[in-house]
Design a protein around this ligand. Structure first.
Ligand code: ATP
Ligand code: MG
Length: 477
């Protein structure tokens, strides 16, 4: 039954009024549709969003007319091949398209497109909750057009395709990622038949470009509980196809009665635990990848049990290859993730021992400005079920944080610059670039990090003279 509910009071943006006037004047049926309507009916607040307008006619010409009515100088971007046009107004992207009918071939997610009715256009939408349209013509302004029961699905928190799900996903397999993304973001359940169809069609994800897959995966990672999405990706068989390295973390092996934790579920716990403390996508990726080399480094050592020796180091070496395959950026974001993976055990090791000033200075030196992020990762990494153990770690982390602050105030290690430069060393002893210069530089750095001297020119200079003497060098006058 078509639902005749009206949501006029929610369509407050003045552009909707302009669209109504122009559409009426040109005898065009026009609607606002898709994610904007969904979020409006959910009262979901968003920082940046786009508004999709569909008209039974030319979207491009309507976009031009609306834009020039708002402001003749407003720039309209036209994508002729797609039959779409958009402009930015009030920091919102208004996207216009003519209502269309789509049909697919098996080898591509690019459809053959013809003009169609509103209902044709709603049928090509991915989910019932994304197919909701509100009329923008004056006599029906705000009226809901909901041929597939999207409003009920919103109320019941259900993700379901408007048409047969197997065909919907086979036509455009990216929709499988989107289903899981919306389920995670909105905390909705994927209806049984829709979920089954994802499992059946999972292989089809291979025809989608990795960039598009990652766009959706990153949205899952940025939601408040990403483990929900990863578990669905795993259950449907998508995860082994798009990210097999991660699936390898699964399972526990037992030898001589000794087992290790399941690093897949451990990692998902770490990821969920870090979310309240950071919205930084790359710190969240660091949580996903911190133990990625555990399968590659796993050994059973007699008398010791399971070890994952140097998994942090091997893990950080795996990151460039992984980022390249996953089409993630190969820039300073990747370097940051490498650094986090490499250093992720340092604060934990530190907090297991007596927390010495020297060890904290070295940590600060190696982590630099990323020290806060590293501590955030380490705190999320404590997933032990043993409450006493967790308490002890958290207590020690507080000590580490306090020391980090004290030492930074005193010694400014975070952005360490050697107080005595290589040039001064060479000048003082009449040396050319050589091993001796490097050794003296390293000795000064170590003395500062070990707290033997403070981080200033005078103490460093005197220390250099002393060290040089031991090496048989004396200053040239
Ligand atoms: P968000 O903006 O949060 O990503 P959205 O639902 O607005 O969510 P968009 O990618 O902006 O998603 O797409 C706008 C609308 O276009 C969707 O609501 C849906 O109706 C339709 N749509 C987008 N991608 C697809 C697709 N792959 N298959 C079918 N319909 C789609
Ligand atoms: Mg959108």
């Amino acid at each position: 039954m078509p639902n005749r509910q009206n949501f006029k009071s929610k369509l407050t943006h003045k552009v909707f009024g302009t669209i109504a006037e122009i559409s009426d004047g040109q005898n065009l049926e026009t609607y606002v549709i898709g994610g904007f309507v969904r979020d409006l009916l959910l009262d979901r607040k968003r920082e940046n969003y786009d508004i999709d307008i569909v008209t039974v006619g030319s979207g491009i010409s309507l976009a031009r007319d609306v834009a020039s009515a708002i402001n003749p100088k407003l720039n309209v971007s036209v994508f002729k091949n797609f039959g779409t046009a958009m402009f930015k107004f009030d920091n919102i992207d208004f996207e216009f398209v003519g209502a269309r009918k789509e049909s697919y071939r098996s080898d591509s997610r690019k459809p053959i497109v013809e003009d169609g009715t509103l209902e044709d256009d709603q049928k090509r939408r991915d989910f019932t909750i994304n197919a909701l349209a509100l009329s923008l013509n004056k006599d029906r302004f705000g009226e809901l057009l909901d041929p597939f029961g999207g409003l009920d699905d919103l109320a019941n928190k259900i993700i379901r395709t408007p048409l047969e799900p197997g065909i919907t996903f086979s036509d455009d397999p990216l929709r499988m990622m989107r289903a899981i993304r919306f389920a995670t973001q909105l905390e909705f359940i994927i209806e049984d038949k829709t979920l089954e169809a994802i499992t059946e069609q999972a292989e089809r994800i291979k025809i989608v470009s990795m960039e598009r897959v990652m766009d959706e995966l990153n949205k899952i990672i940025l939601s408040s509980k990403p483990s929900v999405g990863f578990k669905l990706l795993d259950k449907t068989g998508l995860l082994p196809i798009i990210f097999p390295e991660f699936v390898k973390l699964k399972g526990r092996e037992i030898k001589q009665g000794i087992s290790h934790k399941d690093n897949f579920y451990h990692t998902l716990e770490v990821l969920d635990r870090i979310c309240p403390n950071t919205d930084n996508l790359w710190l969240r990726w660091s949580a996903i990848l911190h133990d990625i080399a555990k399968p590659a480094t796993k050994r059973f050592v007699e008398g010791q049990g399971w070890t994952f020796h140097a998994h942090n180091f091997i893990g950080s070496k795996m990151i460039p290859g992984l980022f390249k395959r996953l089409k993630l950026p190969l820039n300073e974001k990747m370097k940051f993730v490498q650094k986090m993976v490499l250093l992720h055990m340092r604060p934990i090791v530190l907090s297991e021992e007596e927390v010495s000033d020297s060890a904290v200075r070295r940590l600060l030196f190696d982590a630099g400005d990323d020290i806060e992020d590293l501590m955030t990762l380490c705190e999320a990494d404590i997933t032990s079920k043993n409450a006493d153990k967790v308490k002890r770690y958290m207590h020690n982390f507080r000590i580490v944080r306090q020391k980090l602050q004290d030492l930074e105030e005193r010694d400014a290690i975070r952005n360490f610059q050697p107080p005595v430069s290589g040039e001064i060393i060479m000048e003082t002893f009449g040396l050319s670039p050589s091993r001796e210069v490097g050794m003296l530089k390293a000795a000064i750095k170590d003395a500062i990090l070990d707290g033997l001297i403070h981080n200033n020119y005078e103490e460093a200079y005197n220390y250099m003279i002393e060290k040089a003497k031991e090496m048989g060098l004396s200053p040239v006058k």
